[in-house]
Design a binder for this molecule. Structure first.
Ligand code: HEC
Length: 187
């Protein structure tokens, strides 16, 4: 709990500089750092989906969420909210990257590309537990973690199962719908 509070309070920027050093000096393993970063991402994602999207769109029917949120004057989709954050972190050169992928993507850009992503998505769908593996990309070594992304609100399954571009229409509550891929560069 202490760790999570620490990361919630610190900005991602403040964290970034010390990421790899932390693993060396403070007894933090790559896995510890990845897990802590993911705890923040998952919590923010769940809160946004439950308290904003599910409440306002599905329960109170005040406003919809839409891919075309600007034109439609709608809420940003949870996946877009997540990606906009990931893009901002990438711009900051924060020392780690993350994305939201799936074996059943609505947006084909969100399919697995690397072997580790493919293995990770397949494994987490079976076990419901995180998957960790070292990966070499472009001559650089990374610690790659893949975390299950589960249907935590009705809005998740209703939107995906009804979407015109979805390759899968039988998602149920609590099920793994995809995965968060988080990469830390290794020394
Ligand atoms: C209102 C509709 C809507 C809601 C609610 C919604 N999604 Fe999505 N989701 C989408 C769309 C559309 C995409 C593709 C967005 C993109 O990449 O441009 C997407 C993307 C994703 C992806 C990446 C793979 C893909 O399908 O492209 C995952 C995983 C995912 N959503 C899981 C969830 C989970 C879990 C929830 C609930 C916490 C959720 N979604 C809520 C519509 C929705």
């Amino acid at each position: 709990m202490k760790v999570i509070r620490l990361f919630t309070a610190a900005s991602t920027l403040a964290l970034s500089a010390g990421l790899t050093q932390a693993a060396d000096t403070a007894g933090w393993s790559y896995k510890d750092i990845a897990d802590a970063l993911h705890a923040v991402m998952e919590s923010d994602r769940t809160v946004y989906t439950r308290l904003i999207v599910n409440r306002l769109q599905n329960e109170e029917k005040v406003i919809k969420a839409s891919e075309h949120w600007k034109d439609d004057k709608a809420l940003v989709l949870p996946a877009q909210m997540f990606r906009f954050g990931a893009e901002m972190v990438a711009e900051k050169d924060a020392g780690f990257t993350y994305s939201l992928l799936s074996e059943w993507p609505i947006n084909k850009q969100n399919a697995a590309k690397t072997d580790v992503e493919k293995a990770g998505l397949s494994e987490i769908a079976k076990t419901g537990k995180p998957f960790y593996k070292e990966e070499t990309l472009g001559g650089k070594k990374f610690f790659t973690a893949v975390y299950p992304d589960k249907a935590v609100a009705k809005a998740c399954i209703s939107c995906h199962n009804d979407h015109k571009d979805t390759p899968r229409r039988d998602f149920k509550m609590g099920e793994v719908m995809g995965g968060v891929v988080l990469r830390l560069p290794m020394k």
